[in-house]
Design a protein around this ligand. Structure first.
Ligand code: DAH
Length: 358
């Protein structure tokens, strides 16, 4: 039996080292140690031996079994590494190849595209980027913006409140970033703050989450004429036409005085049979707001504006229903989406790659 065992061991070790694949190796393992394997059979045969022989032979069998198991494990690791390397070798990607639009199905969402275009223009005008949290406290979303508790203007925006005990809301506007910036930024200030905002509202032109860009300029002499110039230039660049006129309609926001709503006229309005389209809110920052941030309103002044990015995207790309933005419909995104990698810039045009124009 000893000799039989030696022969088995050497033939199995040879078979293991010759195994060319994982299935082949497994076949060897089953042939030796499986239910009907040769080694298993010898183990079963121990019962027929005398107690002394059984003990001696049992020990030998166990040693050989260990050796074979180790050899199998080692070979298995080698084969796995080789298989992985072979796979990696065939799966290389040539990153220098150009993107092929027809096989490239991912799209940039029109809101992301509009956001990029808008920020590109403001960056070129010298605005810095600022941001704040989506979950905002009462001070930044309301109080410091001259909207005290119980003031009727709190009702202007249907707020999503968090648990009343934590003094937090989902921000209803990006205007809170004005406060955050004035609290810590050194003067003068010239920022834009993009972000998500939330209101309890839902119809063709309102969704519970939408996007705004807030603008704020504070220095010693910035005035309404500057606001008008910035916004007019911005509109021309964003809508890529000189045929835009802006009208400033007196309005009310608690954090600006005077306050305006800017309407756009020209080609955009005419395209849908109107004379004017409501565009955004703006005004000169209210002295109370400056004071709330520790800025002396006798020394500093400035303007602010806040616009809905989704609305700008609807106007520029001709998308009729706001709700469709958030339906995650592949046909919609294929039609209205933009190609990745085509980043908007002032030099080559902002929207030449609009998916719907391809
Ligand atoms: N926060 C206002 C809104 O969400 C928009 C707005 C109006 C922002 C006037 C401003 C502003 O900065 O000056 O309706």
């Amino acid at each position: 039996m000893q000799q039989q065992l030696d022969e088995l061991k050497s033939s199995v070790l040879t078979a293991i080292s010759n195994a060319a694949s994982l299935p082949a190796l497994d076949e060897v393992r089953v042939g030796v140690m499986g239910k009907n394997g040769k080694l298993t059979a010898m183990m079963k045969g121990l019962g027929a031996l005398s107690p002394d022989e059984r003990k001696a032979m049992g020990q030998l069998l166990n040693v050989v079994k260990e050796e074979i198991a180790t050899a199998i494990e080692t070979k298995k690791a080698d084969l796995e590494t080789a298989a992985l390397n072979a796979k990696l070798a065939t799966e290389t990607v040539d990153v220098t190849l150009p993107v092929r639009p027809e096989t490239h199905s991912g799209r940039i969402h029109p809101v992301s595209q509009a956001m990029e275009e808008m920020l590109t223009i403001f960056a070129q005008m010298g605005f810095e980027l600022a941001d704040g949290p989506d979950i905002e406290d009462d001070w930044h979303n309301f109080e410091a913006l001259n909207i005290p508790q119980s003031h009727p203007s709190r009702q202007m925006q249907a707020t999503f409140f968090m648990d009343k005990t934590v003094d937090k809301v989902l921000r209803t506007q990006t205007s809170g970033v004005q406060i955050r910036t004035m609290e810590k930024h050194k003067l003068p200030i010239k920022i834009v703050a993009p972000g998500r905002v939330y209101r309890c509202d839902y119809d063709a032109t309102h969704t519970p989450m939408f996007h705004q860009i807030e603008g704020l300029v504070i220095d010693k002499k910035t005035n309404l004429a500057n606001l008008k110039t910035v916004l007019t230039e911005f509109m021309k660049l964003f809508f890529e036409t000189d045929d835009v006129t802006l009208r400033f309609r007196p309005s009310y926001f608690p954090f600006t005085e005077p306050s305006y709503e800017a309407d756009v006229g020209g080609v955009l309005a005419r395209a849908i049979g109107k004379e004017w389209l409501e565009l955004l809110g703006c005004g000169m920052v209210h002295p109370n707001v400056l004071r709330n941030c520790g800025i002396d309103p006798d020394e500093y002044q400035g303007f602010a504006f806040g616009c809905g990015v989704d609305r700008f995207a609807m106007m520029k790309y001709g998308i009729p229903d706001l709700r469709s933005f958030f339906d995650a419909d592949m046909r919609w995104i294929k039609h209205y989406g933009f190609m990745a990698g085509d980043m908007p810039n002032i030099l080559t045009g902002l929207s030449l790659t609009n998916g719907s124009k391809r």
